[in-house]
Design a protein around this ligand. Sequence first.
Ligand SMILES: [Zn+2]
Ligand SMILES: [Zn+2]
Length: 258
Amino acid sequence: MKLRIFGSGSQGNALAIRSGATLLLLDCGFSCRELERRMTACGVRADDVTAVLFTHDHTDHCKGVATFHKRHPQVPLYANGNTADAIATLTGVEDGWRVFETSEPFAIGEIEVTSFSIPHDAADAVGYLFSNATSSLFVGTDMGVPTLPVKDALARATCAVLESNHDPTLLACSDRPVSLKQRISGRCGHLSNQDAADLVREVAPPRLRTLLLAHLSRPCNAPHLALESMREALKDIDRADIALAALDQDEPSDLYEV
Ligand SMILES: [Zn+2]
Ligand SMILES: [Zn+2]
């Protein structure tokens, strides 16, 4: 499988996974115009998209869906029931939905899709494990705490897109309202650099070759802090061989072989 992240962070999220003729878009969190601009720059044609899947109903993950659906009405939209309902209410997109049960695996073309529940303050947020015959991609962002299903999925991954949202000290010292600080660091908020590093230490994913740090907060994190903290964890589990990078909000990522 091949993976390209078009952007990651609270201003918008979308990534593409390709296996043979199957092209999946995960989340549609930029305006459709901006998303298609980034896709074109990366040589990905919106007309080739097989399906769009959604993690949850926050606008940084679904704001472009109404226009995308209008331009590409044949492309099915996958989400669990609560998320589909919430995105429909938010964006007015009522048709085109294919509703799945969280944790029930299903296939789209060549890619097997397994979702898992994650604690986050959205309608019914999920992460995903995308697999083909040879590899598995874990995507887990926007989660307050890593639960057992999260750990099980990460343990099977050959490539992981894992949230490393904030540095706790920068968050505590930021001028954000106390209620927002509590939301971000709470059980239904976002994983800190330390949380992400502890998760990798605990799971020590045996098959992992590539680890991409995602959804970094602009005001409360910096790529070097997230990378440093994860590098320590990889050293602790004797896996400095894992390729490590931090994803950017504005620039699409390299093309990764999962
Ligand atoms: Zn988000
Ligand atoms: Zn969210």
